[in-house]
Design a protein around this ligand. Structure first.
Ligand SMILES: Cc1ncc(COP(=O)(O)O)c(C=O)c1O
Length: 450
């Protein structure tokens, strides 16, 4: 069912690979043969030395020095050390980032801390299409603060939380207008924006927000901004510092290749750190955890974002992923990776549309470079069909994913993907549609994880 393939086009991709200074980085990852992995935006593959590092940690550190390894192997320093390794990827200073907990938990800590810094301000502004956990965490925090207000005796909440917080959700396109309105209220002396909770790259469409402009708009309205960098960190250069961003979180298991459920990171701009109070005041965030004081006293700086004992084995796996990413540094680093990612996504989207637009395939990812992250998303006329197409592609070794209600999503991690992968994946997608290979009962059912 192959349409006549202009071989020269695939050859051009092969030539791009042959000339690609980043091509050797692929060797640093374990990828099953015969697979084109376009889901590194959901779970990145292991670095080649991840298993060895874990073995070393279990057999020799844990199994050798036992509890002494907290000091002798530097386990206790891992959250800060990995934070410092993530910092240059996101345009932050080493002491502004720490690795801890999950993205969801960090969202809670940072959102709560941000709201607390904004007494009298009642609005959390976010997007209707934001990733659900961001919205659920905001809803949970609002409910908790409302409950504490109803029961002041039980909940020692005063001042900053004495007004009902609310979550306003707008469509992405309406964000500028919502921020302009918030700014107008600010200028009229009725400022209410506490925090804007925004994800830079839309997880469904891959559309990218202009971080610098929006951060400035949020500040002009009196708000703080909390960026979710789940689909940004490790995929392209992020400039939190340059943008003047306040707070950010991100995942360790996507473009940072830290492994399933890898610990996440939290960023708090230096200027906010001194009196930043987060509610999960666990002992690891204490100024002197091993003095076992009765009263909580937060650590200086970013360490106050810690809560409990860090998951060391997961941190070691994440460090392996980060080191593999840092191997790109002498080759141009994230800027070079970004260039490659833009080429990969362009090749894939253009070829897929060239061959499959007639099946109703539509690209929902902006093709203007500055407006997209590192993924390409399509829709088809029917959601069940879209889901089945992804299953049929997976059966052929092209792994993307389906995001309800109707998105076929393909992530392009430039660290280990080749230009021919982008081309071949587009060909396979078109072949599946041409042959109706998706139209089979075993592709139509839905698993628990899509
Ligand atoms: C934008 C965004 N935020 C957060 C998360 C997940 O958070 P957690 O690691 O806590 O499950 C995801 C997961 O895909 C995501 O896409």
């Amino acid at each position: 069912m192959r349409s006549p393939v202009p071989d020269s086009a695939r050859e051009r991709c092969a030539a791009l690979d042959a000339a690609d200074p980043l091509a050797g980085l692929r060797e640093r990852f374990v990828l099953p043969p015969g697979t084109i992995y376009l889901d590194g935006n959901s779970l990145g593959p292991p670095a080649r030395d991840t298993a060895d590092r874990l073995h070393e940690a279990v057999a020799h550190q844990w199994g050798g020095d036992l509890v002494r390894s907290w000091n002798s192997a530097g386990w206790i320093d891992l959250p800060a050390r990995l934070g410092a390794k993530i910092a240059p990827l996101i345009g932050a200073q080493p002491d502004e980032v720490i690795v801890t907990d999950s993205t969801s938990v960090n969202l809670f800590k940072l959102l709560a801390g941000a709201v607390r810094r904004q007494p009298g301000r009642t609005l959390i502004l976010s997007e209707r299409g934001n990733f659900p956990t961001d919205l659920y965490i905001a809803q949970g925090l609002i409910d908790q603060l409302a409950e504490a207000r109803r029961q002041p005796a039980a909940g020692a909440v005063d001042g900053p939380h004495d007004k009902q917080l609310r979550l306003e959700l707008v469509d992405r396109g309406d964000l500028p207008a919502a921020l302009a309105a918030a700014r107008a209220r600010e200028q009229a002396g009725q400022g209410d924006l506490a925090v804007a909770l925004l994800t830079q790259i839309d997880y469904r469409t891959g559309a990218r927000l202009d971080m610098a402009r929006i951060t400035a708009d949020v500040h002009a309205a009196g708000g703080l901004v909390l960026w979710d960098l789940a689909h940004s960190a490790g995929a392209f250069p992020v400039s939190l510092g340059e943008a003047g961003a306040d707070l950010a979180v991100g995942c360790g298991y996507k473009y940072l290749n830290g492994g399933p459920g890898a610990p996440a990171f939290a960023f708090v701009a230096r200027a906010l750190q001194a009196d930043f109070a987060q509610p999960l005041s666990g002992w690891m965030g204490h100024a002197t955890p091993f003095s076992f004081d009765t009263d909580y006293r937060p650590a200086e700086g970013i360490a106050r974002l810690l809560c409990g004992t860090p998951p060391i084995l997961s941190m070691i796996a994440l460090e392996a992923g980060l080191d593999a990413l840092h191997a790109a540094q002498p080759l141009g680093g994230l800027a070079a990776l970004r260039e490659k990612s833009l080429r990969l996504t362009r090749i894939f989207a253009q070829r897929a549309l060239e061959r499959a637009a007639r099946h109703g395939l539509r690209c929902v990812t902006p093709m203007t470079d500055a407006e997209r992250g590192s993924q390409v998303s399509f829709t088809l006329p029917d959601a069940d069909m879209a889901h089945a197409v992804i299953q049929a592609l997976i059966a052929r070794g092209v792994i993307g994913d389906f995001r309800a209600p109707d998105i076929l999503r393909f992530g392009f991690a430039p660290l280990y993907l080749r230009h021919v992968d982008a081309w071949d994946a587009a060909e396979q997608l078109a072949d599946v549609l041409d042959a109706r290979a998706w139209d089979a009962p075993h592709f139509l059912g839905r698993a628990a994880v899509t």
